[in-house]
Design a protein around this ligand. Structure first.
Ligand code: ADP
Ligand code: ZN
Length: 433
């Protein structure tokens, strides 16, 4: 169902009009309330009067995670603390955490945005959602939580961890939807299978997965193992949290809630705005946010955007899956490697489980890449020749996709540590020194 037809199915022209109006107001607001932005704009010799339409956005300065850190904790907040009703902090996948603040109105926009997502996945007030994202400073848990309530459905605030209990309550309470990271979903699916409880005794039908990159193959894997329809949800705490974009029944890109979050794709090298269709870094301007409004926030996430009409009837632009983060790109022996490329290769081959760990090091001034990967039950063997064969197969695929070879370590099923939140799949020992 389309939750908010007016905003989700607006003509492109009306959307641009709305975005232009909102951008003008936003710039006016931050110019007068946030010294950081006023100073940046003054340095660029622009005033709010220079911003007349959404196209003028290219005149505005970028904001980065570093700016948030430099103004830690509240320097970029645009309202007095008396108007901030909630704080969250980013999980700090890279570096120290950043604090974000929400006004009452921000929270209501967030809930409505998340409700749009849940509705697009086919969720209704009849559904029961088990939210297995972490509750706390991380935006995942509470973000989804209030979206479910806004939708009028039932929420089970499970939070992450305690897998045995998750499964017991999923069995007893009968949630029809599960929200968690895709890596935890896989872990849960395995653990559910191990309990021996027949799958029909679970009522799950919708899976809502995000907060970390995942692939089409991983979707197939989760859907097969868990018996759900798996959908992508994307977001980041600086912009709001989960619910910045979402898939629809077409599962062909994620619609961006662009009446609130204006997306651009820029070249990470020249910072020039790129046309739709080209891959680059995703940048968001929070058109309506009050607590921590951001102008052209550089997400470091790499993807493409399309404004081609979607069969679902929504007109909101769609973003592709995140192919990687410009800052999690590994440079191994001079070659750019994204962990997601390695993941796709592993998932294409039926002999392997989607559990892997990449260990990058520098030995005698030479970069090394170890790929630890679990061999699927039934393919794991004591026969050395069989294992060597498998190793060769994966090695060749990796070499042809990445252009470099890695040292492959085949490990037994279930031997790689499972994660309850965002999976850690890369250990770069070069940066640890
Ligand atoms: P961080 O992980 O940077 O500390 P957050 O917890 O807010 O901060 O996570 C936001 C980041 O998580 C995004 O910028 C993106 O890299 C990643 N992410 C979130 N959802 C998805 C998704 N559906 N697919 C891929 N990556 C995602
Ligand atoms: Zn659609």
């Amino acid at each position: 169902m389309i939750w908010n037809k007016t905003k989700e199915c607006m003509s492109r022209e009306d959307m641009r009009q709305l975005q232009s109006e909102r951008l003008r107001k936003l710039v006016e607001r931050v110019y007068h309330s946030t010294p950081f932005y006023r100073q940046k704009m003054q340095e660029m010799d622009i005033t709010p009067d220079d911003i007349k339409s959404i196209d003028d956005i290219v005149k505005l300065p970028f904001t980065t995670k570093q700016d948030l850190r430099d103004n830690y904790p509240y320097g970029l907040f645009a309202v007095p603390m008396s108007q901030i009703v909630r704080l969250h902090a980013s999980s700090g996948t890279t570096g120290s955490p950043t604090v974000v603040g929400y006004t009452r109105r921000d929270l209501s926009v967030w809930s409505e945005s998340t409700a749009r997502c849940l509705s697009a996945y086919g969720g209704t007030s009849d559904d029961i959602f088990s939210v297995a994202y972490g509750y706390g400073l991380f935006t995942g848990g509470l973000g989804l939580h209030y979206g479910v309530e806004y939708l009028g459905a039932t929420v089970i605030p499970m939070s992450s961890g305690n897998t045995a209990k998750q499964i017991q309550l999923m069995h007893d309470f009968g949630p029809t939807a599960l929200a968690c990271t895709p890596s935890y979903a896989l872990y849960l699916a395995e653990a559910m299978a191990k309990t021996g409880i027949p799958r029909e005794e679970f009522k799950l039908r919708i899976g809502i997965f995000g907060a970390e990159p995942w692939t089409e193959n991983m979707r197939k894997e989760i859907e097969a193992k868990m018996g759900v329809d798996a959908y992508n949800i994307y977001g980041l705490s600086e912009v709001m949290g989960p619910g910045v974009s979402h898939e629809c029944e077409c599962k062909d890109g994620s619609h961006i809630i662009e009446d609130h979050f204006y997306p651009e794709i820029i070249s990470p090298d020249t910072f020039e705005q790129l046309p739709y269709g080209e891959q680059g870094e995703l940048v968001f301007t929070t058109l309506t946010k009050e607590g921590l409004p951001l102008l052209r926030y550089r997400t470091k996430d790499l993807c493409t955007i399309t404004d081609e009409p979607c069969k679902c009837g929504r007109t909101n632009v769609r973003m592709s899956r995140i192919v990687g983060r410009s800052d999690d790109m590994l440079i191994i022996r001079g070659v750019n490697v994204f962990p997601s490329q390695i993941e796709s290769v592993i998932l294409e081959l039926e002999e392997f489980e989607p559990h892997y760990l990449l260990i990058v090091d520098r030995i005698n001034n030479l970069d090394t890449l170890e790929v630890h990967v679990e061999v699927r039950d039934g393919y794991y063997s004591d026969e050395i020749s069989k294992m060597l064969e498998l190793k060769k197969k994966l090695g060749h695929r990796l070499q042809s996709v990445l252009g470099i070879s890695g040292d492959i370590k085949l490990v037994e099923p279930y031997s790689i540590k499972r994660s309850e939140g965002k999976a850690q799949r890369v250990i770069d020992k070069r940066t640890l020194n």
